[in-house]
Ligand binder design. Structure first.
Ligand code: VGL
Ligand code: ZN
Length: 197
């Protein structure tokens, strides 16, 4: 039997795009590509999950309170909104993470939907066994989510033409991709998928 797949779009939010508080270089460039993946998944009636970094004003995640990051993705603020060109389907399942003022919570496995249902429970309900992962940032949330997924026995396809990293240190994204691959993630591009059809 073919594994049931879902698309996981991580943190494509204003603050992670150029002009945002924690801008990922060319973070916005992946949006049109992600829209193409969304179309493919919607056509196949497969679920689309979209997470958002969703921080309270005070959290140890921020420099001001002992963390490493500038203030970003404050709950309901403009910076926390999805990039305006991201075309999420009406039935996309929205996930929120980073609400705990004492934790960093990079992984989407620490995220929940608007009713407090954890990502892993949602995957179980939908019977998802394989995640196609896109979004921001390669070296934090994407890496952490992919590694957790693999650890939990899910298959992971890393959409390498639809991710971008912060690169606090040069080469961080490349290292993150290597780590995900080492853990079992398979790299994939839109062309690879189209070639299979
Ligand atoms: C993230 C840095 C800070 C992420 C979140 O979602 O990748 N990165 N907060
Ligand atoms: Zn954050």
């Amino acid at each position: 039997m073919r594994l049931k797949k879902a698309l996981l779009i991580i943190d494509v939010q204003n603050d992670f795009c150029p002009g945002g508080a924690l801008a990922v270089s060319e973070g916005d460039k992946i949006v049109p590509r992600i829209n193409k993946y969304i179309k493919l998944f919607s056509k196949s009636k497969l679920p689309v999950f979209a997470s958002r970094d969703w921080h309270p004003v005070r959290t140890k995640h921020f420099k001001d309170f002992g963390g490493v990051w500038p203030v970003h993705c404050i709950q309901s603020a403009k910076g926390a909104m999805f990039h305006q060109d991201l075309k999420l389907p009406r039935d996309a399942i929205l996930l929120y993470k980073g609400m705990d003022p004492d934790k960093d919570s990079y992984s989407v496995f620490q995220a929940e939907d608007s009713r407090g249902m954890k990502f892993e429970q949602l995957l179980n309900i939908f019977g998802i066994k394989e995640l196609y992962v896109a979004g921001l940032a390669t070296d934090y949330c994407v890496k952490s989510s992919a590694v957790d997924a693999l650890e939990k026995g899910l298959k992971v396809k890393l959409l390498i033409d639809a991710i971008k990293g912060v690169n606090l240190k040069a080469g961080d994204s490349e290292k993150a991709i290597q780590e995900m691959s080492k853990n079992g993630a398979k790299k994939l591009t839109l062309k690879d998928i189209q070639a299979k059809k």
